[in-house]
Design a protein around this ligand. Structure first.
Ligand code: EPZ
Length: 418
């Protein structure tokens, strides 16, 4: 397994360009299954999760061409409606093919993995909505077998604003008979991006970004070209990197509105954050102040930025409290951060962090995607070297992470076991 070696205590300066959003790309790739033709996608990030989703689409019979950050998906000749178990085990988001397969073919068999390192990941809301749309579902041995003659529009009230359930049900409803209302829908920017892509294919959807989405089913969906939105979590990660190293960094190719909760929290902690078009500049003169963070569905503070904020608050002046209200086990990074001298106490889903001036370099291990990012951030500020094992977790969601950080002056090297 590859690892990163980081020599810390180096101020980051300069500018970094943000890639396309992983959490937009994955549902949009799944949505390509609804098209009778070829869809062309731009700004697709070269990351592991996209590689896996490409394999899933090819397994289902799509023809996929991927050249740099452009991907062409031809779903015209699709023949299979069973996602590969091995591939599905590699990535939870492969469950996003469920809605499109049902919308297009009326049948689907997917592997529904159980919990993971960040918490239980049930699909009860996906299933609740599909059943209201007339789908017969058998869940057995970790698989979901779903059948329907023709999806019918329904009035669906989600128990919680689940991102994946909102996406799966939007995609299924796009080809249903009649109108579907999705209430208590997730409002993340990636949902709006998916709506825009589906409408470009000929769907009739409105309300994404609000808590009620209306989908008027159509007979079929055609071809479309689309550029995915920038990755707000990648951008937030580099914003925290600027703050933790007391640096001065310009983060380019962002949609600042998507980063409002992160900008507000960094300002509250004493960083200087300014916006100029599609650029955000983050500057910090010295140690930040302790602040409290509660993760919430968008537009609240994103759970995908919680580990990164913990790394930052570990070096702030004072005591911070983090409440993780989205996932029930998203603290795998705590044990690894403790090895670097982070003073943190866990009480259920609440973490109390006592800031220290300097962290210690250490041998640590990435346990999941954002936990790995948090270890990189802590390593940037630690005395001596930090060695991070299992960085394949980080490869899942960050394009060229070491290259981008070296471009900002960080001393980070990737050591490949091979
Ligand atoms: C998406 O996951 C993102 N992944 C996650 O990003 C992100 O953390 C999450 O949304 C929340 O914003 C992608 O978009 C590919 P949810 P998803 O359904 O759709 C519970 C990253 O780091 N729930 O909104 O799986 C669930 O257990 C990843 O990029 C149910 O109870 O998230 C969780 O506690 C990590 N029943 C909460 O809702 C359901 O049917 C939020 O889950 C569905 C979800």
């Amino acid at each position: 397994m590859d690892k990163y070696v980081i020599a810390g205590r180096k101020r980051l300066e300069g500018s970094v360009k943000i890639s396309g959003a992983k959490n937009s790309t994955l549902p949009i790739l799944a949505a390509c299954l609804l098209s009778q033709g070829t869809c062309i996608l731009e700004d697709i990030p070269h990351i592991e999760d996209v590689r896996v989703m490409k394999d899933v689409l090819e397994h289902l019979g799509c023809r996929v061409r991927w050249d740099m950050n452009r991907m062409e998906v031809d779903a015209g000749g699709m023949k299979r409606t069973e996602a590969s178990d091995a591939l599905a085990r590699k990535m939870r988001a492969s469950n996003l093919v469920l809605g499109p397969l049902l919308g297009r073919f009326g049948s689907a068999r997917i592997y529904a993995p159980g919990g993971c390192n960040i918490g239980d990941r049930p699909m009860d809301q996906h299933i609740k909505g599909l059943k209201l749309m007339g789908v017969e579902i058998v869940e057995k041995g970790g698989f979901i077998d779903a059948r329907v003659k023709k999806l019918r529009g329904a009035d669906i009230h989600l128990d919680m604003p689940s991102v994946g359930a909102t996406e799966n049900l939007m995609m299924a409803a796009a080809l249903a008979d009649g109108t579907t209302l999705l209430r208590n829908a997730a409002r993340e920017p990636e949902i709006v991006d998916l709506q825009n892509f589906l409408n470009a294919m000929g769907a009739k959807i409105k309300g994404a970004g609000l808590d009620v989405i209306r989908i008027d089913g159509v007979k079929k969906l055609g071809e479309a070209e689309h550029t995915v939105i920038p990755d707000r979590i990648e951008a937030g990660t580099y914003m925290v990197a600027a703050a933790i190293t007391h640096g001065d960094v310009e983060i380019c190719n962002v949609i600042p509105e998507h980063l409002e909760p992160v900008m507000a929290k960094l300002r509250e902690a004493g960083a200087m954050v300014s916006v100029d078009g599609d650029r955000i500049r983050v500057k910090a003169e010295g140690r930040l102040n302790a602040v409290d963070v509660r993760t919430l569905p968008y537009p609240g503070f994103p759970t995908d930025m919680q580990p990164q904020m913990m790394a930052l608050l570990a070096t702030a002046e004072g005591t911070s409290v983090i409440s993780e209200s989205i996932f029930d086990r998203r603290y795998q990074h705590v044990d690894e951060l403790r090895r670097m001298g982070v003073k943190v106490k866990l009480e259920g889903n609440v973490a109390v962090i006592h800031g220290v001036e300097v962290l210690d370099g250490a041998f640590v291990e990435a346990t999941d995607l954002r936990a790995g990012a948090a270890l990189v951030l802590a390593g940037l500020m630690a005395e001596d070297a930090t060695i991070i094992e299992n960085i394949s977790h980080i490869d899942r969601g960050y394009e060229n992470l070491d290259l981008k950080f070296r471009g900002l002056g960080a001393r980070i090297t990737r050591i490949s076991k091979a």
